[in-house]
Design a protein around this ligand. Structure first.
Ligand SMILES: Nc1ncnc2c1ncn2[C@@H]1O[C@H](COP(=O)(O)OP(=O)(O)O)[C@@H](O)[C@H]1O
Ligand SMILES: [Mg+2]
Length: 210
């Protein structure tokens, strides 16, 4: 897709994705980028309606495959309505989560077949992928404690067992190891400004190579 840049932030609960996505958006706007800050599940009206089904309610509300299908349906709507038009118009799109979360949560977390999940992504979105993915890594318990303090109603995934969150952490690290060109692991177990500096260093290096 010509012109624009697609940046994604990934990682477990409470890693600081939403906080860092906002700070990255501000920093790139200050550098002259036309930034669209968006998120998954969500980022378009239909996808936001699906979001409510996924992030609220009981942990066992959906089985793993249903969850993956809902996320993937929301993702396609997000791409069609928001991401593809913006990237096509040369904008810098920053998404708080994207398809790596489906592989990590439903694949490594719930144990669904990862090859099948990748095939599902291919059917839904083709070979489109982020230009750069920042994986915010920290111990699951540290992130869950932060998320608990944050509060709110979007606690469905947080309510799942710590072992689930540890599995998806390992999943994100394996994804990063498999795709070192696209993915950068950021140590998120530091204060907000330190993590932001690490993200800016990774993104600046990436932009310099384009
Ligand atoms: N580096 C950090 N150190 C301590 N607290 C943080 C840090 N980054 C974010 N937080 C706080 O932790 C909570 C979760 O952060 P958030 O950005 O919502 O994480 P995520 O979007 O990855 O779930 C928020 O209350 C946020 O203010
Ligand atoms: Mg968040």
């Amino acid at each position: 897709m010509a012109g624009g840049i697609f940046i994604t932030l990934e990682g477990g609960e409470g890693g600081g994705k939403s906080t860092q996505a906002r700070k990255l958006a501000e920093a790139l706007t200050a550098r002259g980028h036309e930034v669209i800050l968006t998120r998954e599940p969500g980022g378009a009206p239909g996808a936001e309606a699906i979001r409510k089904l996924l992030v609220e309610g009981a942990g066992n509300r959906w089985d793993g495959l249903t969850e993956a299908l809902l996320h993937t349906a929301a993702r396609r709507d997000h791409l069609v309505k928001t991401v593809w038009p913006a990237v096509g118009a040369g904008k810098t799109v920053i998404s708080d989560r994207f398809f790596d979360s489906t592989i990590a949560y439903q694949g490594y977390g719930h144990g669904l077949d990862i090859a099948a999940l990748r095939e599902l992504q291919r059917v839904a979105i083709g070979d489109f992928k982020p230009d750069i993915t920042l994986i915010l890594d920290l111990p699951a318990r540290v992130g869950l404690a932060r998320a608990h303090v944050r509060g709110g109603t979007e606690t469905r995934y947080e309510s799942m067992a710590v072992a689930f969150h540890e599995r998806l952490r390992q999943g994100f690290l394996e994804i990063a190891a498999d795709e070192p060109k696209r993915c950068r692991v950021i140590d998120a177990d530091h204060d907000i400004d330190t993590v932001h500096a690490a993200i800016m260093s990774a993104v600046t290096t990436f932009l310099g190579k384009r």
